[in-house]
Design a protein around this ligand. Sequence first.
Ligand code: MSP
Length: 755
Amino acid sequence: MSVRYWISLAKTEKVRKAEHYTKSPSGTSISKTMTTFYVTTPIYYANSLPHLGHLYTMIVADTIARQKRQQGIETFFLTGTDEHGINIERAAQRNNRTPKEQADYVVSYFKKMTAAFGLDTEHGGYDIFMRTTEPFHCEGVSEFWRRVAKAKTPKGREALYKGHYEGWFCAACAAYKTEDEYAKPVNPDEPPTCLVHETKLDRVSEESYFFRLSDYDEALLNLYESCPEFVQPGVRRNEVRSFVQSGLQDLSVSRLRSSVSWGVPVPDDPNHTMYVWFDALTNYITAIGFGNEQQQHAVGFEKFWPALHLVGKDILRFHAVYWPAFLMAAGVEQPRAIVAHGMWLDSNGRKMSKTIGNTIELDVLNKHFSTDAIRYFCLRDMVFGQDGRFGYENLIDRTNSDLASGLGNLSSRTLTMIQRYCDGRIPQRNISDDGLLLAKRAGVDTDEAAVSDFVAHARDEFIRYFDNFAFSRALEEAWAIVARVDKMISDAKPWDLAKDASQRETLNAVLYRAAESLRWLSVLLYPVIPNAARDAYAQLGLTDDPSKIDPGDLKWGDLSEDAETGEIKPLFPRIDKAKTMEEIKQLGQEPEAAETRPSGRVLSAADSPSSVTAQGSGQHATEVDAMPTMAGGTPALPAQKEIGEGLIEITDFSKIDLRVGEVRSAERIPKADKLLLISVDIGEEKPRQILAGIAQYYEPEKLVGRKIVVVANLKPRKLRGYESQGMLLAASVGEEGKPVIATFGEDVPNGARLK
Ligand code: MSP
């Protein structure tokens, strides 16, 4: 089968018709004109109870699903459990249960937890909790296997063949390990150790079915090339590409039933059990009816496939290499995209996992924090795609500052004033011609568009960032609205206007604008903080449902005047930090040294693929939380050490003096085609002179007036006879390292320090 064929499969007529990609600076988005949408989380191993890391993917998927539903798109959201394989068997043995009892136990906890966090069907969350032990899945995956077994590879050979495998197998990873993925033993009689789990590997030597992955390299590379949005973000796409370019080995896709009995039998060869990843990945299509009548009727494969797969970067290889190759073999259309997020780390920079025992427990989170606060924190504090550190203190601080004092306070102060000054009714919006002069005198901008344009622009930006998975940036836009409206209120001082009867219209207009902005915010933020958004919306006296309003359709002025506002209740009560931290400490859940961190986010040191490949003491080898990332990222030493070595103290960071600067002039330097001579005002007496190697990418005149970031305490040095008194910061993008200058989305004074 030709490569071209597979690429055309990536876009069926249905998808082509339905999609309209919105290009943006950060790439191709998932915002399309579409009628159906399918989003998935990984299905989680049923050997141990979920923690914050698992919850995170579900929150992201749930948020995306809610926004798609708001836009009127029929959405199907899948999460669930991966219930077969030796890990489950071993966990069951340890707990004196049958494997099915083990899975049932974990699933009942998952369901309780998803309900508590409002992620289940009843609360508008997932549509299916998929279990790989469901008979309809076993039926579907068997059909998938049969199709692969009949297929020819793009190079014309059989996609599946029987061979003999001998190798080192890590039960916890459920994967065979290559030489660079294990540590050789000191004593040659001992088995090697898995670098991920630091547990001994099993020598496996047995008959096995193989998937001829090695024949799919070109087809996969073509797929990544022709659909750049297939693997996101870009950094992960590059990893996947280099993994495939470095050469693919055939994949053992079965184990003898005598070694692993808990799994789906290979069709027509019951001595073999399917490889757990073959079984698990296929859940994404069996759940909606591939190869089985039951789900086909209930959901409809044709209707919802292809899916957007959200995964942690730890399991990217399985989703972006193996899965597409299996699908190619079976003749099934490729997923819409595979989008990988970063890992939640503990305060020492280690991936949060059961194996290490450094997890944030969901019971504790649920007891002390509202689900909306947790959702907001996860999306705001973690830059999507990068790793992030979790700290309870950060969660409390964010809840108190952004939610209680920010949005919550804006809502309650606006509604209280409407209650007090307008009899609890939405006031009149317009100021008459006679009143305009008076309003101006009171310092109120008579041009309503000053506020409405700001709000509409922030809404557009919010949606754009959101569609590109830049949730943190999207939320910054929403909070820019909060700050703008807060400022409008503080400037206009409604409490003074209320004392002057001649300013009645001005007072009304100000409060109308505040209330209308809150209506927009409630709709915009519904996918992120559904409960608070609904409450805020209802408190404005509105009776329809923000979950059904497309934020893109909001029109300024649609808030009806004279409508009675609802009962005022605080959206986010303040959290008593000292008391809550003490309670959490009592439960043994306070992550060490959380208070030494200025922010919940890791800058970059831990955000390498290798940071998740090897860690942990391997106390509970069967409790799998980590899987290896792409080849080449496997460290020679346990990453625990590398992570420690790669990280810096906050005191190290504070040695660097980063300042906001404004470019006053920029010019080329004769005979130096890469350098620009730039004069930058960083709030000092005289502008600094800086040489920057960006001449091939920036026109000097276009830089003038631009705000940039300058390293202000770098020793001066001479280049081409000019002294450079600092350095500007730029991202290095792509293989050629194209510089992209760091800048600001908001106005910042020259000389402001970056901390
Ligand atoms: N069962 C496989 C997935 C099969 S999908 C067809 C598996 N399960 S898992 O229980 O280990 O969960 C994997 C996923 O949980 C990760 O990819 C990620 O989505 C989430 N996380 C687990 N720990 C995490 C962090 N510390 N941080 C963020 N997410 C993490 O692999």
